[in-house]
Design a protein around this ligand. Structure first.
Ligand code: FAD
Length: 486
């Protein structure tokens, strides 16, 4: 099936709105521009575009009505969870309808025998984690945004978190999906089975598809046994190289390590600009935060000793151990404060990079080099165990024009270095709206063309989240593109 060449997206008219009102319950449709503010942006820096209407369905049947309507009338439809995304994915770049799943928050079932959860797409990730914990199970991926983001948004972005090191990303938990296809057909793919090789694995294809292939209304997710015991550790290092070496060694030698996060010197300094950071952390070249999960509390101290024996020869002079929730929160405070500290320092651009774990030190050095060539500062931190670092480029005192030029050049140079290191241009935040122009740096043209064909098969009219992932979305309808400011 080919994309129809003469199928521009159409603007939403008063006539359309009257029809939509007839299809939905009263409180599911917002048409007053005064209500559009929250639906015009996500958490990406400085990006906005207003929808022409917002639909907040109560159930899958209402989702079906809206998608069928958008398909019939060729209206752009942007699925949305909580709007916590960091690549502009939920921004309605073509105006049209924002389809917000935020009211579909039902945990349909939690099954301790099959160890699966069935949840609606709008369930907040943290609510699922807590519900699973109440029956002694664990929902693995814990993006730092877990208290605000939705399961549907996590699936659409293939979100990850510190615990992905041990338990995998969102993709590894998704057994089945309830989806609404672009023409409004509701189908289920996958199921509750841990094994299933019947035909192509469309479930995994839909994970990470950023709302461009189908609307996810519900998911069947894998749960795991909750660990019986856990602790957190903070190790400081004199320099980046020794911390990076420790990441590789500790992740290889200690299977009980469930999370391994790195904060380098500039990130520690950023936090120290806001609050007192004690020595030796304050003058460390880098610090690692580890979370250990195991079956028996009696094993914790021997695991801590094993880690100490591994990091000491690498120059770590200080290993702090937290065994209860209060102390763990104190240790993780540094990591949790970095994003806030960066924001308070300067206008910035966050670049989500991932490289093989063994290339981490080279990645940070490349970031520093590229930034300083452009008169910027780079602050790096993130999920080091997965080789996934968030590199924040800071504007500092540059004027607006110089900043935009320098930022864009630095981003391109950084992505080229990342690809040369065998990495990827996004580890977890997705391509969305902001990274479309860089996808070709990483993905060969043949694969890009295949991705484009897949999009056309799922969504021949191009109504689902237009202008995301690909640069060439309906060039003939670009005049319909709403103003996107950057
Ligand atoms: C402070 C902070 C910390 C963060 N930490 C992490 C982290 O540790 N790891 C990480 O991976 N990300 C992180 N993020 C980014 C963000 O939280 C994730 O990308 C999250 O998965 C987005 O979920 P959401 O519900 O907010 O989705 P949205 O932002 O609303 O949407 C994201 C994308 O998914 C699509 N989408 C949403 N719902 C559906 C649906 N039901 N069907 C089809 N498509 C849909 C949208 O169209 C869009 O393309 C962080 C963000 C913030 C602000």
């Amino acid at each position: 099936m080919r994309r129809m060449p003469n199928s521009p997206l159409l603007p939403l008219t008063e006539d359309h709105l009257a029809k939509l009102r007839g299809l939905l319950s009263r409180d599911s449709l917002l048409t007053d521009r005064a209500d559009f503010g929250p639906y015009s942006h996500d958490e990406t820096e400085d990006l906005r575009s207003s929808p022409a209407a917002v639909v907040r369905p109560k159930n899958s049947a209402e989702v079906v009505e809206v998608v069928r309507f958008a398909h019939t009338h060729r209206i752009a439809l942007t699925p949305r969870g909580a709007g916590s995304g960091l690549s502009g994915g939920a921004i309605p770049a073509h105006g049209g309808i924002v389809l917000s799943l935020d009211r579909m928050q039902q945990i349909r079932s939690l099954d301790a025998d099959d160890m699966v959860a069935e949840v609606e797409a709008g369930v907040i990730t943290g609510d699922l984690m807590r519900a699973a914990a109440q029956i002694g199970l664990l929902y693995g991926p814990n993006p730092s945004s877990f208290d605000i983001c939705t399961v549907g948004g996590n699936i659409a972005e293939n979100a990850a978190g510190p615990l992905s090191l041990r338990y995998g990303t969102t993709r590894d938990q998704v057994l089945g999906l309830e989806i609404v296809l672009a023409d409004g057909t509701l189908v289920r793919c996958g199921g509750r089975n841990r094994k299933d090789v019947a035909g192509y694995d469309l479930t995994r294809l839909l994970v990470g598809s950023e709302g461009t292939l189908a609307v996810i209304t519900a998911a069947t997710l894998r749960l795991l046994p909750a660990p019986a015991a856990r602790m957190s550790l903070l190790a400081t290092f004199p320099d980046l190289e020794s911390a990076a070496a420790a990441v590789a060694t500790v992740c290889r030698e200690v299977p009980a390590v469930a999370a391994c996060e790195m904060v380098e010197a500039e990130a520690i300094a950023a936090v120290a600009s806001l609050e007192t950071v004690p020595e030796p952390l304050r003058s460390a070249g880098a610090a690692l935060l580890l979370e250990v999960h195991c079956d028996q509390a009696e094993h914790l101290m021997s695991i801590a000793e094993q880690i100490l024996a591994l990091v000491e020869p690498l120059g770590s002079s200080d290993l702090q151990v937290a065994l209860d929730e209060h102390d763990e929160r104190k240790l993780w405070h540094l990591r949790r404060q970095v994003a806030h500290a960066v924001k308070s320092l300067s206008v910035y651009k966050e670049v989500d990079t991932v490289v093989p774990r063994s290339r981490l030190a080279e990645l940070v050095r490349a970031a520093r080099e590229v930034a300083s060539q452009e008169g910027l500062k780079a602050i790096c931190y993130g999920h080091a165990g997965d080789g996934n670092l968030h590199i924040n480029l800071l504007r500092g005192t540059l004027d607006e024009e110089r900043w935009i030029e320098a930022r864009d050049r630095a981003e391109v140079a950084l992505f080229d270095r990342v690809v040369a290191l065998g990495g990827s241009i996004t580890g977890e935040h997705g391509i969305g709206w902001t990274q479309r122009q860089h996808l070709a740096r990483h993905t060969p043209p043949e694969l890009l063309a295949t991705m484009r064909q897949i999009k056309d098969v799922f969504d021949p009219l191009g109504i689902l989240n237009p202008s995301k992932i690909f640069l060439d979305q309906h060039p003939d309808s670009e005049q319909e593109t709403a103003e996107v400011s950057s």
